[in-house]
Ligand binder design. Structure first.
Ligand code: ATP
Ligand code: MG
Length: 339
């Protein structure tokens, strides 16, 4: 097995908010609550789940943009969980993030040449003309051109700005990109263009990616494996093909039954499970299986222990104790969930 580029073990991120009127003495928000996974070099791992399930918190915490509460993050074999700021600055070159709204992350007073140029500087200084050539290369790679060099971010459309955000992320030749809802803010027609660009670039340069989205269709389009998150936990992980054809966890089934299906045979086979009610508060999650309060198959036992992971096929795991519905053999080694 090749060594993972990213290996996350028992990651927790609990926010103890001091903001807000009612926050004093309130319980911490368990945004990420014991999450383990790994990403192989060049692999695209999709992360899906409802709003508030903790997807962005996972993405930001693995890059140490948020400090983890506990757990271990290994990047390229190195334990970076407590790496000092200086080391993290060096590592930032190798791990990049593409945000939903590139506007917020692009300096409005910098021209394109400076925005991409600054990213290039992280690799070491280049002579002026070489740097300019490299910036133009990068712009062309994402479908922009040298004519855009002197423009400011506000002079671009949303789709073009996202192209710029991608060019900036690629400038440093990263080994891992966290793409957090990179097309959610764009018109549907533009979404397809940016998704195609991401898929092409990812294949071309072989960068590993954590692709975060609440849209299963988008994830299916790009991901090798898919991880489904519910209330701070991973409830199922599987190769993309498997998870769409053969979902096991009731939550995955519910998410899929809400998504449109192109293939009528698949649509017929697919169980319809309607998700009822709201996501419970991550400050006060249900005991045992956190999905049990919305699960049509819940048994009294589901309120007991937190469910262990079960393996149903190669690389396919879930956390549901209903043998008759989800099946599989219990696994004890949590890193079995790895690649
Ligand atoms: N800085 C913060 N302080 C306190 N709570 C936070 C903070 N950031 C996120 N949360 C809470 O953590 C939980 C998970 O949030 P997160 O943004 O990770 O979810 P998400 O799955 O990315 O949702 P969305 O699909 O809406 O982007 C939510 O309950 C959210 O309110
Ligand atoms: Mg988010």
């Amino acid at each position: 097995m090749t060594e993972a580029i990213l290996e996350v073990t028992n990651l927790r991120k609990h926010y103890t908010s001091t903001r807000g009127l009612f926050s004093r003495g309130s319980a911490p928000v368990k945004a990420v609550d014991d999450v383990s996974f790994s990403i192989a070099p060049g692999e695209v791992l999709g992360l899906v789940g409802e709003s508030g399930s903790g997807k962005s918190t996972v993405g930001r915490t693995v890059l140490r943009l948020h400090e983890p509460t506990s757990g271990t993050i290994r990047f390229g074999g190195e334990d970076i969980t407590k790496a000092p700021a200086g080391r993290m600055r060096e590592l930032r070159r190798e791990m990049q993030i593409v945000f939903q709204d590139p506007f917020g992350s692009l300096n409005p007073r910098s021209r394109v040449s400076e925005i991409i140029g600054e990213a290039l500087d992280l690799l070491g200084s280049l002579p002026r003309d070489q740097k300019r050539d490299r910036v133009v290369d990068l712009l062309q790679q994402v479908g922009l051109s040298g004519d855009h060099l002197r423009r400011f971010p506000h002079e671009f459309s949303g789709g073009q700005r996202q192209r710029l955000g991608i060019a900036r992320a690629l400038a440093v030749r990263p080994k891992l990109i966290v793409a957090d809802e990179p097309v959610a803010a764009l018109d549907v027609s533009i979404q397809a263009q940016i998704m195609n660009l991401l898929v092409d670039l990812q294949r071309e340069i072989g960068v590993a990616m954590l692709f975060i989205s609440h849209d299963l269709g988008l994830v299916e389009f790009i991901a090798d494996r898919v991880m489904v998150m519910y209330l701070g936990r991973i409830v199922e992980v599987a190769p993309a093909r498997d998870i769409y054809a053969n979902p096991r966890h009731p939550y995955t089934k519910a998410l899929l039954s809400a998504a449109p299906v192109a293939d009528p045979r698949l649509a017929k086979r697919r169980e319809r499970i309607l998700l009822q009610g709201e996501l419970p508060s991550p400050a006060n999650p249900p005991s045992g299986c956190t999905f049990r309060t919305r699960c049509p198959f819940a048994l009294p036992e589901c309120a007991g222990e937190r469910p262990a992971y079960r393996k149903v096929a190669d690389q396919h795991f879930h956390a549901c104790i209903r043998d008759d519905i989800a099946g599989g053999e219990e696994v004890r080694e949590v890193m079995a969930l790895a690649t």
